[in-house]
Ligand binder design. Structure first.
Ligand code: ZN
Ligand code: ZN
Length: 367
């Protein structure tokens, strides 16, 4: 095929504005798109139109072409032009796997659902029934979207491919991209008479109940994947998955640290000084703990196996008990009297001086 003048190809003369060039190109590219135009030479014409536009839409290339003809245009940029056009051309014809067949099986959507649990529910686990609104195939039209007795027709704009090409001028030059067809929204079909049940969409909303077994020991932010419980697939594709995200509310006593539980246990000054057997709450019930005589505030005790259960079963973490000594308040005169007496005797016996921290203080002040 002899090379035709670029202006002639686009049906324009040399005085055409950039707008004229763009408009002519759009009209012709649509007309000769090989997916629509069944004529034998449509592809060649389409390529010719693209090449003409490639040059005339670029101010510098157009100036070169006007002065030197085809030689000028193709030399501009040192051979870059040919390769560049090839890439753009590929995009038109689904190069690089860009085109999606609207009739190919597609996997359904993944759904996410958030379940809130109390802290104690995260210890014991819980079975929760959740209700999801999902889209399922319409029974009336079997998913076609067309009124029973009629059939969807191939979309005239995209020829059934479900995609159309758009061009954009970017900093890197003209780019041709594919996007879902604006007439059929990527389905490749048009429906003349719509199904009365689904109004042409081919799917309807349905409430689906799903029972989720949340395992004991689940942590805040963990999620449970329920395979195939998401949205239904299209064209025979598999259903999507449902992700149940668990949020665990905080507890006023217990704090989870990995597999363990931390808590603060108040004891009286006397219990700490003399030693005592105290009852400590755990998520598994009360446990007795022996606090030895002379226990300091901040001391930690470990209750083995009294932490969180493992979600995979078998074994528990531990519970860490931090002792907090309660300084007595609102004392009676009698109590105060006894403490003053206690203090006097303590000074004589050097009770405080045995404390490591007290020794450090004494050393510091003696400098
Ligand atoms: Zn329907
Ligand atoms: Zn279309």
């Amino acid at each position: 095929m002899a090379k035709r003048d670029y202006y002639e190809v686009l049906g324009l003369d040399k005085s055409a504005s950039a707008q004229d060039i763009k408009r002519a190109y759009r009209k012709l590219a649509r007309e000769y798109h090989p997916d629509i135009n069944q004529e034998a030479d449509a592809a060649d014409k389409f390529k010719e139109i693209g090449e003409a536009y490639e040059v005339l839409s670029d101010e510098q290339k157009r100036a070169q072409y006007d002065r030197f003809g085809f030689e000028g245009a193709s030399q501009f940029g040192g051979g870059d032009f040919q390769g560049g056009f090839g890439d753009i051309f590929d995009m038109f014809f689904g190069g690089g796997g860009r085109r999606q067949d609207p009739n190919a099986p597609r996997r359904g959507e993944d759904y996410q659902y958030v379940v809130d649990l109390d802290f104690m529910e995260s210890v014991t686990g819980k079975t929760e029934t959740i209700e999801l609104e999902i889209e399922v195939e319409c029974d009336t039209c079997m998913g076609s979207g067309a009124k029973p007795g009629t059939k969807p027709e191939t979309c005239g704009r995209c020829g059934g491919s479900g995609v159309e090409t758009v061009e954009q001028n970017t900093i890197l030059g003209r780019m041709v991209n594919q996007r879902p067809c604006s007439q059929c929204h990527g389905t490749g079909k048009t429906i003349k008479e719509k199904c009365p049940t689904c109004h042409g969409s081919g799917h309807v909303k349905k409430t689906q109940r799903v029972e989720v077994k949340i395992p004991a020991g689940i942590d805040n932010g963990q999620q449970i994947r329920m395979s195939g419980k998401g949205g239904p697939g299209f064209n025979g594709g598999p259903a999507g998955d449902l992700y149940v995200v668990v949020r665990v509310r905080g507890h006023e006593i217990f704090e989870r640290v990995d597999q363990h539980i931390a808590m603060e246990m108040p004891v009286t000054f006397t219990q700490a000084a003399l030693g005592a057997e105290i009852e400590v709450p755990t998520v598994h019930g009360k446990v007795s703990l022996k606090v030895p005589a002379g226990t300091q505030t901040g001391s930690k005790f470990r209750l083995r196996g009294k932490g969180m259960p493992s979600v995979r079963g078998g074994g528990h973490g531990d519970q860490y008990v931090t002792i907090v000594i309660m300084t007595p308040t609102n004392m009676t005169d009698r109590q105060k009297e006894l403490l003053r007496e206690f203090e006097e005797i303590s000074g004589e016996a050097g009770v405080e001086e045995q404390h490591g921290l007290f020794q450090k203080m004494k050393k510091f002040f003696s400098h």
